[in-house]
Design a protein around this ligand. Structure first.
Ligand SMILES: Nc1ncnc2c1ncn2[C@@H]1O[C@H](COP(=O)(O)OP(=O)(O)OP(=O)(O)O)[C@@H](O)[C@H]1O
Ligand SMILES: [Mg+2]
Length: 356
């Protein structure tokens, strides 16, 4: 459901703002330091309960204030409405309310306002640790197969206990193996199935956005393809004891994006890497829309400056075609004059002016 009203209080340089976004493309434009990224940060807070610019609460709250509050109203075509309120206090506490009721599970927030974000750093996911890529896949899996949450909780709990026991009381460590195996193989098959659906759509979007063919997703499940997970766990018991942690399983899974068999980050340009990431997100959004009727809200920070005019139009046209609500920032409104942008917001010194 699109966000139809957004109120922000005491978040960075935003003192008290209210905007009524369109259900399609919303442009936030204005000079450096105006507050554009902070508006995306506020929306992100509504969907994830935290910032994407670091975990510290202090810098998020306006200097001299003790609390930031973000409120959003979601409006479905069927007349259905939801409200979300997230507040964070300087002392480190967070309150989340959905339709007035206190909520303490972030997964409920994520289901109420599914969102994706592209920042100038998003392409770094290609090179950073595998945890970032696993999180990326699991976002998509979560919105299509909600039961992955329970499997992942069971698995992570057993893994933690097993790892602790490997270091402190090795004789009890292997008692966790059956829970690990039972949940681990289901997590793996759910991810694999998801990636099988994602790959052709991703290739198609990549071709459209970059013209590059032969881009593939190489999935590594976290243990050898030549053995079952139970066999792998059994074979590596001694290694695990020596190292003091579990070295095999879906917690070691990874994806590599390759072009003609080489890692894309080593071959294609930075702009192309960004478009490849954009294509991955588009493919995820399409699957979520097709399979769960979920249309994630898309936040895009500073992308226009990095793409040429043609690529920018191609990308935004794809988002429009999927019927997604988008918030995109840029320092000039000229970046957007060839695109059908339903909402234009000029951000200036922490204030927002709606209209052209
Ligand atoms: N805790 C805070 N209290 C008050 N102001 C803050 C706080 N944290 C950051 N700021 C200020 O908020 C302003 C808005 O920052 P923001 O990153 O949203 O700007 P922006 O419009 O995205 O700029 P750019 O185009 O440079 O990315 C900046 O001037 C920043 O110094
Ligand atoms: Mg910014």
């Amino acid at each position: 459901m699109p966000l139809s009203l957004l109120r922000i209080r005491h978040l960075r340089n935003l003192q008290d703002i209210e905007i009524k976004p369109s259900a399609s493309i919303n442009v936030l434009w204005g000079g450096n330091g105006a507050g554009k990224t902070s508006i995306l940060e506020a929306i992100y807070l509504l969907g994830r309960g935290r910032s994407f610019r670091g975990t510290e609460i202090g810098p998020l709250i306006t200097s001299g204030k003790s609390e930031t509050v973000v409120y959003g109203r979601l409006h479905g075509q069927d007349g259905k409405r939801d409200t979300i309120g997230v507040s964070k206090q300087l002392k480190g506490t967070t309150q989340i309310k959905i339709n007035g009721n206190a909520v303490n599970r972030l997964s409920i927030l994520a289901q109420t306002l599914p969102l994706q974000i592209l920042t100038p750093k998003s392409h770094e996911i290609l090179e950073r640790g595998s945890a970032y890529r696993r999180r990326f896949i699991d976002w998509g899996v979560f919105h299509v197969e909600h039961h992955i949450i329970e499997l992942a909780n069971n698995y992570t709990k057993a893994l933690k206990q097993r790892n602790a026991a490997l270091r402190r009381s090795p004789q009890t460590a292997f008692a966790w193996d059956s829970i690990l195996i039972e949940n681990g193989i289901q997590i793996e098959s759910t991810r694999r199935l998801y990636l099988e659906k994602l790959t052709p759509i991703f290739r198609d979007k990549t071709k459209k956005l970059t013209g590059l063919g032969d881009v593939t997703i190489n999935y590594r499940r976290g243990w050898s393809e030549n053995e079952t997970y139970a066999e792998s766990i059994k074979r590596r018991k001694k290694d695990d004891l020596n190292r003091g942690f579990t070295g095999t399983g879906p917690h070691r899974a990874d994806i590599k994006i390759e072009i003609s068999g080489l890692p894309v980050e080593k071959v294609v340009s930075r702009g192309e890497q960004k478009l490849i990431i954009a294509a991955l997100y588009l493919a995820q959004a399409k699957i979520a829309a097709n399979e769960s009727r979920i249309k994630p809200l898309i936040l895009i920070d500073d992308l226009p400056a990095e793409l040429d005019k043609e690529k920018r139009s191609l990308y935004l046209d794809e988002l429009i075609r999927l019927g997604l609500q988008v918030f995109i920032t840029g320092i000039s409104k000229d970046y957007f004059n060839t695109i059908d942008c339903a909402g234009m917001f000029h951000v200036k010194h922490g204030e927002v002016f709606q209209g052209n």
